[in-house]
Write a protein that binds this ligand. Structure first.
Ligand SMILES: Nc1ncnc2c1ncn2[C@@H]1O[C@H](COP(=O)(O)OP(=O)(O)OP(=O)(O)O)[C@@H](O)[C@H]1O
Ligand SMILES: [Mg+2]
Length: 364
């Protein structure tokens, strides 16, 4: 799939913003703070309904404006589609698929598929488990609306259970929450286990083509130390047993300590944990391979390539790794940002976009 054009109204520093893209490589260039990442963010938002910068809706609306509109027209299976989002200061955001209003964010996911590369990707190795869970979740949510809904339900129940653990930990009600928690928790764990298995498979292959060390990505379940693959039902009953075993600890800590909200994954290079022993370059290479694996998974599942958003991601790489990334992006739409044009001499037919030209006076 590829983005055909983007229109922005009162979005960040764009009062009116308009840009057309090529199906191949596109490079948005301009000075710092000129609005390059804002364009990437708008496309990511149209695809996922969320900002990749963790920004709140209000923060993306141009200062002193009441609302903002983002329209992304894209080609998918040879059809032109449009994803519109209206961000509002004083009410919930509104979502539209080809002009038809939709009420649930989950219905928007998977309509436009994107994979984002940015300098922050290093945090997939160095950052907190929460950041790694977010990467996995964003990857899976674009493929399965049922997973997105399960996550919302799980988090809602978890919050209820934690509240009860604080107010009345001995209440029988806890077991009603636990039962529901394990049902969703089993499903989430099962899907994550399989997703990470696939990520491992593809990332390993990419990694071995540029490095001699063997990469291995391991799923660490927040339910317990599980060494074999489990079915969904097995995860659910394992979680029920572990919660039962840890009831006293949960009551003492007034917190749910068992469940996929404690999930993580670990990257190993030749069986040494990359977070602890890996160099900056090795960690960056792993994070690139994780992203390339995400692209493959979407491609296979959707039978169509996602759109790749590379925000300042190439400048951080040495030329060998730049070549490696670009070589793997043939036949896929890429929207790249950067302040300088150095790294792009190897891309053919690149559409050069000056960020100043995106700022227009009207859509007329
Ligand atoms: N809500 C908002 N309203 C108006 N302007 C905003 C808003 N949020 C951010 N900005 C402006 O957007 C600009 C930053 O845009 P962006 O992050 O896209 O820059 P960039 O071109 O990617 O820069 P860099 O090269 O430093 O990454 C800043 O000038 C900032 O003040
Ligand atoms: Mg930027």
């Amino acid at each position: 799939m590829f983005v055909d054009n983007v229109k922005l109204l009162n979005f960040r520093n764009y009062e009116y913003g308009k840009v057309a893209f090529n199906p191949g490589a596109n490079f948005i260039y301009g000075s710092n703070a000129s609005g390059k990442t804002n364009v990437i963010e708008s496309i990511y938002l149209a695809a996922t309904t969320k900002s990749h910068r963790f920004s709140k809706d209000k923060e993306m609306i141009m200062y002193d404006k009441e609302s903002s509109k983002i329209s992304v027209s894209f080609n998918s299976s040879n059809r032109l589609n449009r994803s519109d989002i209206i961000l509002n200061n004083s009410k919930k955001k509104q979502l539209f698929k080809n002009g038809v209003p939709i009420t649930k964010s989950s219905e928007m996911l998977g309509f436009l598929n994107v994979v984002l590369f940015c300098p922050d990707d290093l945090r997939l190795i160095k950052g907190s488990p929460r950041e790694r869970r977010r990467m996995i979740d964003m990857g899976i949510c674009q493929l399965r609306a049922s997973y997105f809904n399960a996550l919302i339900n799980y988090n809602h129940i978890l919050e209820q259970k934690n509240n009860l653990l604080k107010i009345n930990p001995e209440s029988d009600q806890i077991w009603i929450w636990n039962h529901k928690l394990c049902e969703y928790g089993g499903y989430i764990s099962y899907i994550r286990q399989n997703y990470i298995k696939n990520i491992n498979k593809y990332a390993q292959a990419y990694h071995s083509s540029i490095c001699k060390e063997r990469l291995h990505i391991l799923y660490n379940s927040g339910i317990g130390s599980i060494s074999e693959e489990l079915t969904r039902e097995e995860f659910t009953s394992y979680m029920e047993k572990e919660i039962e075993k840890n009831t006293d600890r949960e009551i003492k800590n007034k917190l749910s300590i068992i469940g996929p909200h404690r999930d993580d994954f670990t990257a190993f290079l030749d069986d040494k944990e990359a977070k602890i022993y890996g160099s900056q370059g090795q960690q960056r290479t792993i994070s690139i391979c994780l992203k390339l694996a995400e692209v493959d998974i979407i491609k296979i599942d959707k039978r169509e390539s996602p759109v790749l958003l590379l925000d300042d991601a190439l400048g951080e790489l040495d030329s060998k790794r730049q070549q490696f990334v670009l070589k793997n992006f043939d036949n896929i739409q890429t929207i790249i940002t950067g302040t300088k044009q150095l790294e792009l001499e190897n891309i053919k037919n690149i559409n050069m976009i000056k960020v100043e030209d995106i700022h227009v006076h009207s859509f007329g």
